[in-house]
Design a protein around this ligand. Structure first.
Ligand code: OSB
Ligand code: MG
Length: 367
């Protein structure tokens, strides 16, 4: 493929309500929306790094810099035979998976649109709909119980609660009192240490499907230790930044469930490799989210159609997060089932007037 143009847009989109986790409270999304143009066809990708590195190390200005001055010029100069090559080609620029993923995903989308096929078809995803859960931000205990009730009533297949030290056992007792049988998980976003093992053992009593990233955001060694100390399955999120990291984590038994986020692992090709690995080892995977706009959310939905994504993911209805999205399609789940957007590529089209309204900076890179 020859790529004619890469457009970077900085987009700022308010959340309907702030999203609070153990690592931050965010009022809205700051995303880099990447468009690639090739022979009259466009493809889109979303950069999910944040302005400040509270989740992983990448940040918006760093990603913008690398996209503008490294990855986009390389893509414009050399094009590609197939989008699966790009990750390996860009490996000489170390790390920065989220920045790479934003552009690589746009090329995949463009490639699928040129072929006139849904992206999921290129990924081997036969499903036209996927089961989804929802990730609830922190609020008070009564508000959380009410929030769980609302999502259960809406038919979400799994509910995930954000926890941190001091915000765990009491919360879980309250939720389990009303909902003893729902599929329930927790996500600590690295808020605990091994010194908290007593609390983590107490959490064993709530019959959780798994605990997501309890310990340090780059750790495998202590997670592997923790896995021998508690009964609840461990799922890693932050730690898993590449296919090699996933293989290492599985080899050392640091987790038994894998949260896949395309941006964190470096792109669509990395997701395919992780998928192959997890399927071959019978390790359950699910598709995580970063409160993406419709650009990133639609990609997540396509990825989650691959057969190894056996647990419900975080790709819930866009309207939970945004009053208005930057894509024209409404990405809405009904009874916990998210339909895959139809049409070529990720199947979404941009709401251009609204996108222009929420764009705060634009850069077009040409060959
Ligand atoms: O840890 O999964 C996480 C959002 C931003 C950053 C990290 C995480 C999350 C979520 C929300 O849990 C997932 C979503 O609804 O997209
Ligand atoms: Mg997480």
């Amino acid at each position: 493929m020859r790529i004619d143009e890469v457009e970077l847009r900085l987009v700022e989109l308010p959340y309907r309500t702030p999203f609070k986790t153990s690592f931050s409270s965010e009022e809205g999304k700051v995303a880099i929306i990447v468009t690639v143009r090739s022979q009259g066809v466009e493809g889109y990708g979303e950069g999910t790094m944040d302005p400040f590195p509270f989740y992983r190390e990448e940040c918006t200005v760093g990603a913008w810099h690398l996209l503008q001055h490294a990855f986009a010029p390389d893509l414009l100069q050399h094009g590609c035979e197939h989008p699966s090559e790009l990750g390996a080609r860009w490996a000489r620029w170390r790390g920065n998976p989220m920045a790479k993923s934003a552009l690589e995903a746009a090329v995949w989308d463009c490639y699928a649109r040129q072929l006139g096929v849904p992206l999921r078809t290129l990924l081997g995803g036969d499903r036209t709909e996927i089961p989804v859960g929802a990730s609830l931000g922190m609020s008070s205990i009564p508000e959380t119980v009410e929030n769980v009730a609302r999502h259960v009533a809406q038919g979400y297949k799994r509910v995930k609660l954000k926890i941190e030290p001091g915000w765990d056992v009491e919360l879980l007792s309250a939720v389990r009192a009303d909902f003893p049988d729902i599929e329930l998980t927790v996500d600590a976003n690295s808020a605990y240490t091994l010194a908290d093992v007593d609390t983590l053992r107490a959490i064993d009593e709530f019959g959780l499907h798994y605990i997501e990233q309890p310990l340090h955001w780059d750790d495998m060694v202590e997670h592997a230790q923790l896995a021998t100390m508690i009964r609840t399955e461990l799922c890693l999120d932050e730690t898993l930044t590449s296919p090699v990291r996933v293989r290492d984590a599985l080899d050392m038994k640091a987790c038994s469930v894998v949260n896949v986020k395309v941006a964190r692992v470096g792109g669509v090709q990395s997701v395919r490799e992780i998928h192959e690995l997890c399927v071959s080892r019978n390790v359950p995977m699910w598709c995580g989210g970063m409160l993406e706009t419709g650009v990133g959310r639609s990609l997540n939905i396509h990825l989650a159609t691959m057969p190894g994504f056996v647990f419900p993911g975080d790709t819930a209805s866009a309207s939970r997060t945004y009053a208005r999205d930057i894509v024209e399609q409404r990405l809405e789940a009904t009874n916990g089932i998210m339909p895959v957007p139809e049409g070529a590529g990720t199947g979404v089209t941009l709401d251009r007037p609204f996108l222009d309204e929420v764009t705060t900076k634009t850069e077009v890179v040409r060959a």
